[in-house]
Design a protein around this ligand. Sequence first.
Ligand code: NAD
Length: 232
Amino acid sequence: MTRIVVLTGAGISAESGVPTFRGPDGLWEGHRIEDVATPDAYEADPGTVLAFYDARRRALASVAPNAAHRALARLEDAIGPELLVVTQNVDDLHERAGTGNLVHMHGELRRALCGWCGARPAWDGDLIDRPPCPECGERMLRPDVVWFGEMPYDLDRIERAVVACDVFASIGTSGAVYPAAAYAALAASFGARTVELNLEPSDALVPFDDARAGPATELVPAWVEEMLAVCT
Ligand code: NAD
C-alpha cells in the first residue's frame, strides 16, 4: 500500500488556458494581487473584487481539464483513497476530470461564502449584484476563496495525510504561498519520497528527491504511469 499526497497549483491548469497567479508581468489577470486577493482590498473596493471573481467564475465555462488532471483521476481510479489531491487552485478542473478525494485548501470559485451566517453554498452565478444568501437571506455573499491573511481550509486533514504519506508530489506550484509551500519539507521529514513536476524548479525549502522540469501535460501522465506500475 503506497499512500500518495499530490499538491497542485496554478501550473497544472495553465495548459487548460487558466492563467497562473503570477504571470510574466507579476500580475494576476492584469491585477495586482494585493488589489484582488486580500480582505483589505475587499473592504476598500468590494465591487472590483466581486467583479474580478465573477469574471474568473464565468471563464471556467470555456476551459476543460487537461491530460495532467485526467492522469491524476486515473491514479485515483486505481488506488482509491490512498491518493489525496490537495489543490491550491480555485478552479474546478480536478473534479471535472474525475478526482473525488480532493481538498480545495484555498476555496472554490464555484462556491460563495456568507459573511453573515458562514454558509458556503454552491454558486454558479455572479455575486456583484449582492444576491441573498440561500441560508439566511442576508446580502453578504463573497467568493469562497481564501485570501492572503485568511486561514486555508482543512489544514488538519491535509497535515495528517502529509505526515503519513509515502510519496509526496508537488505539481505546478511556485512554492511561494504558505502553508502549502512547507508540505514537501514536512513530508520529507516524516520519510516520504518527494517529487516536483513543474515547468521550472521552484524555490523549495528542502530539495526534492526528484525534480522534473517541463509542462504538466507531459510530466504528470508519465509520472502517473510510474506510480501505477509501483502501486497496482
Ligand atoms: P503560481 O502562479 O505562483 O505558480 C505557478 C507555477 O506553475 C510556477 O512555478 C510555474 O513555473 C508553474 N507552471 C506554469 N505553467 C506550467 C505548466 N504548463 N506545467 C507545469 N508547471 C507550470 O501558482 P501557485 O503556486 O498555485 O500560487 C498559489 C495561488 O494561486 C493559490 O492561492 C491559488 O488560489 C491561486 N490561483 C489559482 C488559479 C487556478 O485556480 N487555476 C489560477 C491563478 C491563481
